[in-house]
Design a protein around this ligand. Structure first.
Ligand code: MLT
Ligand code: ZN
Length: 470
């Protein structure tokens, strides 16, 4: 939003007429938390944050912005990690947090309708109260919203069993960049009537429209859960073991990789005792969920892998949560060291151990003083590479960050290995310039054509996902 003050005043008046004064934030202290991502790496500014409370208000905001040529960045819980949800080029922030209604659970169809502003944790609680489960889960569950998870096609820890957000989506209600509303919340499981707009909007990172509500699939709530944290002498032993358990344990819900340095950091940052008697170069946390007690099954599966060095097992929820802390606190622990430069990538399982081994050396080639932390969802090949100790690189055009060649090191390596530069966090502004490594010129042209059709004036998150036309 590049308008001068007088025009801003008119805009604020119009926004206030739509949503009411309490829901337009213009004061710096009101705007601040919306202008920076939670890692502190992406810092922007906006003249206003608008918080619509209904579909009609979202439509009116989009129509107003379209007629005034004002760019929009949608925001939910602001837990994004790729600079896709903060106003890096002065966009108007449209916070969808007030769209927080959850409809009744249809326990027979196993579905629920949730507003974009519903948190993942709130949705999980409603599902659990109905004896069901929402399959998307990750550490930021208390803040991340349904709308944000759809925008990024978020994954998390249960993807290997249930798929990512797109797989949970039966339909959406959304306001396109044209101001038109598309709505398909009927929950038909089989519905082959043309283009699947819900799938298209999922992962579109707010570049085509604003998702206001979604019809979501719920899954079985298994009564029996077992979590095990297992130590290995090497990364490749850990990765190979997960390959074995993926086929021997049908009830495997999660398989997460951690390394010694990250484990020590988590213990130090949160005052936790080491989880096992000894420290190990690599750890895998597995969780299984079944109707019957899975202990015998897991004991046989874990015992059948000769490279397993040490195991801690938990069945009760308190102890299981304690084991999960070692994994989930990695993100916050890394944040205590410095502002992380995050890489969320997938590589083929066959290349994963080599990738994890080689990445610190590749980082050191361009930023010798940096520290590399790796952890992630080894069950689906998704590794989170976090780099701290980098110089304070400045934001560039449209939020792009000059990073001293670090992106190039990592993304070209991922690409050489046949991987993806974005597994579950999205492209945002951080990776738009690297999209060509994963998408052909024809694919990017098709994406641009879709964007032009649904967002003809280019107001929807214009600096995210697609690279600038040069
Ligand atoms: C995780 O798996 O912990 C999240 O994707 C967040 C992160 O990468 O830090
Ligand atoms: Zn993750």
């Amino acid at each position: 939003m590049l308008a001068v003050n007088g025009i801003d005043a008119a805009l604020v008046r119009s926004l206030t007429e739509i949503v009411g004064e309490p829901h337009v934030f213009t004061a710096p202290d009101q705007r601040r938390t919306y202008e920076v991502d939670w890692t502190g790496r992406f810092v922007g500014s906006t003249r206003a944050v608008v918080r619509p409370g209904s579909l009609d208000e979202v439509v009116a905001v989009v129509v107003l912005c379209r007629s005034a040529g004002i760019a929009i960045v949608a925001q939910g819980g602001n837990t994004g990690l790729v600079g896709g949800g903060v106003p890096l080029a002065g966009e108007l922030v449209v916070s969808l947090r007030r769209l927080d209604r959850i409809g009744p659970v249809d326990a027979v169809a196993r579905q629920v309708t949730a507003g974009a502003g519903v948190t993942v944790a709130a949705l999980q609680q409603v599902a659990a109260a109905a004896g069901l489960r929402y399959a998307i889960d990750f550490g930021a569950r208390d803040s991340a919203t349904v709308g944000g998870t759809i925008a990024t096609n978020a994954g998390g820890v249960n993807v290997l069993r249930y798929g990512g957000t797109r797989e949970q989506l039966l339909g959406v209600e959304a306001v396109l960049g044209t101001g038109d509303v598309v709505s398909r919340l009927g929950g038909l499981v089989k519905d082959n009537t043309g283009y699947d707009l819900a799938s298209l909007l999922c992962g579109s990172e707010g570049t085509l429209g604003l998702v206001t509500a979604a019809r979501l699939r719920l899954v079985t709530m298994h009564e029996q859960r077992l979590t095990a944290l297992i130590g290995f002498s090497s990364i490749s032993d850990a990765v190979d073991a997960v390959g074995v358990w993926r086929s021997s344990l049908d009830c495997l819900d999660a398989a997460e990789l951690m390394l010694d340095a990250g484990m020590r950091l988590v213990c130090a940052a949160f005052g936790l005792p080491p989880p096992l008697q000894r420290h190990w170069p690599a750890y895998v946390l597995i969780e299984v969920a079944a109707h019957d007690d899975p202990t015998a099954l897991v004991t046989a599966a874990v015992g059948g892998v000769a490279t397993v060095r040490e195991v801690a097992v938990a069945i009760d929820s308190v102890r299981r949560a304690q084991l999960w802390r070692y994994r989930e606190e990695h993100t916050l622990a890394v944040g205590t060291v410095g502002v992380p430069h995050k890489f969320d990538v997938t590589v083929p399982i066959s290349e994963l151990a080599v990738f994890v081994r080689d990445v610190p050396g590749r980082v050191a080639r361009v930023v010798p003083d940096a520290t590399t932390w790796q952890f992630g969802h080894v069950g689906d090949g998704n590794i989170h590479v976090n780099v701290t100790g980098t110089p304070p690189w400045a934001n560039g055009r449209g939020g792009y960050i000059d990073d001293g060649g670090l992106d190039e090191q990592i993304y070209r390596y991922v690409s050489e290995l046949g991987g993806s530069i974005s597994a579950e966090h999205g492209i945002g502004t951080a990776k738009a310039g690297w999209l060509h490594l994963n998408r052909s010129a024809a694919e990017i042209a098709a994406m641009r054509a879709v964007k032009r059709a649904l967002d003809p004036d280019g107001i929807m998150n214009p600096n995210a996902l697609l690279p600038p036309v040069t």
